[in-house]
Ligand binder design. Structure first.
Ligand code: WQD
Length: 343
């Protein structure tokens, strides 16, 4: 059974492709490599021991998407493709609304057109959403019925796409939709062959810490140590990308088996502070991670972690990896690929 992965050469997409092969599916990677690298396809072949089909193009090209869907007839689509840098989205809102919302509209229209040609099929979609749709939560842990809000165009685009999917399901009940709200994805495949490869200076904590440990950056700036948290630094729900990939396989299987749509948090249910991550990474790598306390970063919340009970109940899924696992696997990827896929 074929599964189309838009943005499938990206960080979460590539790990999900590996997990889908292991689960007996046939992933088709669709990517324009705007924020990923073609060498990922060779790495996927090495890890899985088989060729992974690639469709190179842009999700904004609706007629091309229809052609891809007609040729492959996937039983489901996972929509990863999109831009995801919070800071960049504040500076370039139109890029985010165009690529993220426009890309989703293009994909959904292509799926709807092909579904109309084959009414017996049920359009099946898993959407890569984000805990950022919860904005600054009043309390933690966060459940799926918490109010949503947006504090930046990236989060706004995710929220709008969730609303589009809800309206589509109301209009066309045949659609089967799984919305997955990621918390903080980190880590890498244990082979060290694929991992997180941010362009330029990493916005996110884990890749920045990894680059300090490998000697690429002098020190980490800790954005504030005066938050109302145990050690004063920000607390997040870091989830191993392998657990996240397994969550996507569980989501696809659930949609294909039961057909009921759902929205679930993909998190561990445990929060870790910035300094927890620094300590765990030093232990995993055996390298020092020097840091300096810097002013708070605009838009950051003090603490954010998931209540993952619904995903366990609906998908039979829960995160299994620990923060130490996440750091060990992130270190193996970083030390084997000091310049990411460019090395
Ligand atoms: C984590 C903690 C920072 C960098 C964002 C998006 C979210 C998702 C994940 C896309 C915070 C602190 C960070 C640094 C630091 N992205 N930090 N120094 O902001 O929780 O979530 O990325 O899907 O949608 O909102 O992740 O890793 O940037 O920050 O002290 O150099 O680390 O203040 O407390 P965040 P993050």
């Amino acid at each position: 059974m074929k599964i189309l992965l838009t943005g499938g050469a990206g960080y979460i997409g590539s790990h999900t492709a590996v997990a889908l092969v292991a689960a007996g599916f046939d992933p088709i990677v669709l990517d324009n490599f705007a924020n990923s690298h073609p060498v990922v396809m060779e790495r996927l072949a090495t890890i899985t021991g088989r060729h992974i089909a690639l469709e190179r193009g842009d999700v904004l090209d609706t007629p091309w998407l229809e052609d891809v869907l007609r040729r492959h007839q996937p039983v489901g689509v996972v929509h990863f493709a999109g831009d995801k840098a919070v800071g960049e989205s504040v500076a370039l809102p139109l890029k985010y609304f165009h690529n993220n919302i426009g890309g989703a509209v293009s994909l959904l229209r292509a799926m709807e057109t092909v579904h109309t040609e084959n009414p017996a099929t049920a359009p099946t979609l898993v959407f890569s959403s984000s805990a950022t749709v919860y904005g600054d939560p009043a309390t933690v842990p966060i459940t799926e019925n918490f109010p949503r809000s947006h504090t930046n165009p990236y989060g706004h685009s995710k929220l709008v796409i969730e609303d589009m999917l809800s309206a589509l399901r109301t209009a066309s009940p045949a659609w089967r939709v799984g919305v997955l709200r990621y918390f903080n994805p980190v880590g890498a495949h244990p082979s060290g062959l694929i991992g997180e490869d941010p362009a330029g200076i990493p916005n996110n904590l884990m890749p920045f810490v990894a680059q300090v440990a490998v000697g690429q950056r002098e020190h980490l700036n800790v954005y504030g140590d005066d938050y109302p948290t145990p050690d004063g630094t920000g607390v997040r729900d870091y989830i191993h990308v392998q657990d996240l990939a397994a969550g996507h396989v569980a989501a696809i299987k659930t949609l294909l088996r039961q057909g009921e749509s759902f929205t679930v948090n993909l998190g561990t249910g445990r929060g870790h502070s910035v300094l927890d991550v620094v300590k765990a990474f030093e232990a995993a790598s055996g390298k020092p991670v020097p840091y300096r306390v810097a002013p708070r970063r605009a838009g950051d919340v003090a603490q954010c972690w998931a209540d993952p009970a619904l995903a366990l109940r609906l998908l039979g899924w829960q995160a299994l990896h620990t923060l130490d696992d996440m750091c060990a696997d992130a270190w193996r990827w970083q030390s084997a690929n000091p310049n990411g896929y460019r090395s």
